[in-house]
Design a protein around this ligand. Structure first.
Ligand code: NAD
Ligand code: TYD
Length: 337
């Protein structure tokens, strides 16, 4: 099989490329990535010389390029996106362009080349926010109610994907997953920011009171879920993917990371809250569990320990990132708090 991955140099995309090359070595994988600040070819060093792997530097908004690539492809897995909520609050334009218009370009290319199968990777953030202390969770029937420019742009892309299925019969599937964590996670996101700041002897910025809840999904479990959807998922369907069955507030997760690194709670710095901050995400992943037999392989504590260890063992990887353009973003983001 020939598979096109978009955004395969980012956090989840690169984990997926490595997963796919290891588990489906007979397939040919093409990775289309613009290499924005979030794309990093270092993540893919171990496959760059594999004859079954091709990297193409390019923009998913470039219809000519995308059309040319899709001609020779059986399946598209679409990760490419602007993905960081705080950056979307600073400047939404790139989010609308890549996440909405870029997705439309991908859909048109799939449609114009014989209705190619496409799996669209989306987020639980399209559903909005749940109340703290509630027992509820997002599922495939939850109405869309996005709050940030990021989640609104992802919601727009999901609607387009479904519309292309309903209107043109494009064979699509969508997954709405919760917050991923694991290796190669860019250090602007909470967990890698906390881990790397602590290793550097810096404080961890916690928004508001830190009682917000995210549903943490280990990236490798996510890759297995997409693999199952590609193999056994029902065309036209959506699958919600989460990693937990009970709430873990941010501050509790941060304290676990602090303990794993042998630090103490003086490393916590409470800072001004994010505007429009969604207080709680939780995902009911019973559909993918019941229909496709998927479940997380290990528990949160086991995976968190594994992630912390990975960052301890890959200091050069994140130090290279933290010494670049990232510094300007960090200053702008945290000086006002
Ligand atoms: P990321 O920001 O780490 O990586 C995005 C990748 O897309 C980068 O390699 C970047 O260079 C590339 N890219 C951006 N704009 C592009 C363009 N116009 N053309 C081609 N490539 C472009 O993102 P991630 O965290 O790996 O997320 C991947 C996907 O998963 C996204 O669609 C995101 O919305 C979704 N998702 C992420 C999470 C999470 O916790 N990280 C949770 C749910 C859903
Ligand atoms: P983030 O990793 O940005 O993911 P998302 O906003 O897409 O869920 O943030 C995860 C949670 O951590 C979210 O509730 C915001 C919070 N947070 C902090 O408390 N401090 C920080 O410095 C960052 C980046 C996030």
């Amino acid at each position: 099989m020939k598979i096109l991955v978009t955004g395969g140099a980012g956090f989840i995309g690169s984990n997926f490329v490595l997963y796919w090359m290891q588990n489906h070595p007979e397939d040919h994988l093409t990775n289309l990535d613009k290499l924005t600040y979030a794309g990093n070819l270092e993540n893919l060093a171990s496959v760059q010389n594999n004859p079954n792997y091709t990297f193409v530097k390019g923009d998913i908004c470039d219809a000519t390029l995308v059309n040319e690539l899709v001609k020779d492809i059986d399946v598209i897995v679409h990760f490419a996106a602007e993905s960081h909520v705080d950056r979307s609050i600073m400047d939404p334009s790139a989010f609308v362009k890549t996440n909405v218009l870029g997705t439309q370009v991908i859909l048109d290319a799939a449609r114009n080349n014989g209705n190619k199968r496409i799996h669209h990777v989306s987020t639980d953030e399209v559903f909005g926010s749940l109340g703290l202390g509630e027992q509820t969770a997002f599922n495939e029937q939850t109405p869309y109610n996005p709050h940030s420019p990021y989640s609104a742009s992802k919601a727009g892309s999901d609607h387009l994907v479904r519309a292309y299925h309903d209107t043109y019969g494009l064979p699509i599937t969508i997954s709405n997953c919760s917050n991923n964590y694991g290796p190669y996670m860019f250090p602007e996101k909470l967990f890698p920011l906390a881990i790397t700041n602590l290793i550097e002897g810096k404080k961890v910025p916690v928004y508001g009171d830190g009682m917000q809840v995210r549903d943490w999904l280990y990236v490798e479990d996510h890759c297995r879920a997409i693999d199952l959807i590609l193999q056994k998922g029902k065309i036209g369907d959506t699958y919600c993917i989460g990693g937990l069955t009970e709430d873990i507030p941010n501050i509790v997760a941060i304290k676990k990371i602090i303990a794993l690194l042998g630090k103490d709670e003086t490393s916590i710095e409470y800072v001004k809250d994010r505007p429009g901050h969604d207080v709680r995400y939780a995902v009911d992943w019973s559909k993918i569990h019941n229909e496709l037999g998927w479940a997380p392989q290990y528990d949160f504590d086991t995976y968190l320990e594994r992630m912390v260890k990975w960052y301890q063992e890959h200091e050069q990887w994140w130090k290279d990132i933290k010494s670049g353009e990232y510094q300007k973003f960090y200053k702008k983001q945290y000086q006002q708090r």
